[in-house]
Design a protein around this ligand. Structure first.
Ligand code: PBG
Length: 329
């Protein structure tokens, strides 16, 4: 018998065979598009650092929802840019704020489109941190965990009452999932699910998002609450904690620099698992493609496939609409 005996190339010899044996597939219904609703603009306002992404006026919410549902995209996650900001993020609790209004309009226009909301105060605080601040006796200013989770629970109720299917706390405070679950249940909102940003790293890849959502911290950084990029065991601890506090789904964020962590969490939880392909990951592909360095469409599909292969059931990604087009939806 000649060599080689075993020829893996046999199954790569036609597109139909490759389709038949592909282990990881991508479909638009596993993609969630992040959207930024601005309380004080009348027309879409492009985000300079994110080609193809705009802040949107709330009046467009219904139209956008119908369009996305028509493309077969699974859902959206909403971020808010309020008219006013203060140290406590009070505008985030306003039932007439951009997120609750957009949620209601989208669910009315396209009931089958899953609407998630980002629950965090950084979009609403004037200092841009993900919680309320306090000064310790030694003069250090820190984000006050326990005061913040009360505010997050109230924000989750506002979003859920507006009709959000899923609330997604992204703040990385300790104990917030349990606090939010209890608050929702006490408000007869027991069917609102929680997608916890359980494993969220202090990452440089959020850079463009902070333009899009106008929420860069005015001083310091987020290393006191978001995770250290060197830690993977800690990810399992965070995931297990949020699961025990009642999270319905977990998320790892960012995606590409943390695919190992995504796989590790996948192997340790039975909950549905999401990954957030963040703003910097999106901008990176667009910048490289604009410079003629790589093919944008092919790299989008490869990146999204790699995130699914690493263990994500669904992906939050700014590439959602383009990917859906490429998938022929
Ligand atoms: C916090 C939040 C951030 C992102 C999602 N939720 C920013 C941060 O933690 O600094 C980043 C998403 C992205 O970069 O695409 N509300």
């Amino acid at each position: 018998m000649g060599f080689p005996l075993i020829r893996p190339r046999r199954l790569r010899s036609s597109a139909a065979l490759r389709d038949l044996v592909r282990e990881t597939t991508l479909t638009p219904n596993r993609l969630i598009l992040p959207l930024f609703f601005h309380a004080a603009i009348k027309e879409p306002r492009p985000v300079d650092t994110m080609p193809g992404v705009s802040q949107l006026p709330v009046k467009l919410a219904a139209e956008v929802a119908k369009n996305l549902a028509g493309r077969g995209i699974g859902g959206v996650i909403l971020f808010g840019l309020p008219a006013t900001k203060d140290p406590r993020g009070d505008s985030g609790l306003d039932p007439d704020g951009p997120v609750p209004r957009a949620v209601a309009a989208m669910k009315a226009a396209a009931p089958s489109l899953i609407v998630m909301t980002d629950v965090c105060v950084d979009e609403y605080t004037d200092h841009g941190h993900c919680g309320v601040l306090r000064t310790l006796p030694n003069g250090v200013v820190e984000v006050d965990n326990d005061a913040t989770i009360d505010i997050l629970a109230r924000m989750a109720i506002v979003h859920a009452r507006a009709g959000a299917d899923i609330v997604a706390p992204s703040d990385m405070m300790d104990g917030r999932v349990g606090r939010i679950r209890r608050a929702l249940d006490e408000s007869q909102l027991e069917n609102t699910a929680i997608l916890s940003y359980a494993v969220k790293y202090a990452s440089a890849f959020y850079g463009p998002f902070r333009d899009a959502a106008d929420c860069a911290p005015k001083f310091g950084d987020r290393a006191g609450y978001q995770m250290d990029p060197g830690n993977a065991r800690e990810a399992l601890r965070e995931a297990a904690l949020d699961e025990s506090e009642g999270a319905d789904m977990l998320m790892v964020k960012p995606a590409l620099p943390y695919l190992d962590v995504l796989r590790e969490v996948r192997n340790h939880t039975t909950l549905p698992l999401a990954a957030y392909n963040v703003s910097g990951e999106y901008a990176m592909l667009h910048a490289a493609a604009a410079a003629g360095m790589l093919d944008l469409d092919r790299s989008i599909m490869e990146v999204l496939t790699s995130i699914r292969r690493a263990g994500a059931d669904f992906i939050l990604t700014y590439h959602a609409t383009r990917a859906a087009e490429l998938l022929g939806a």
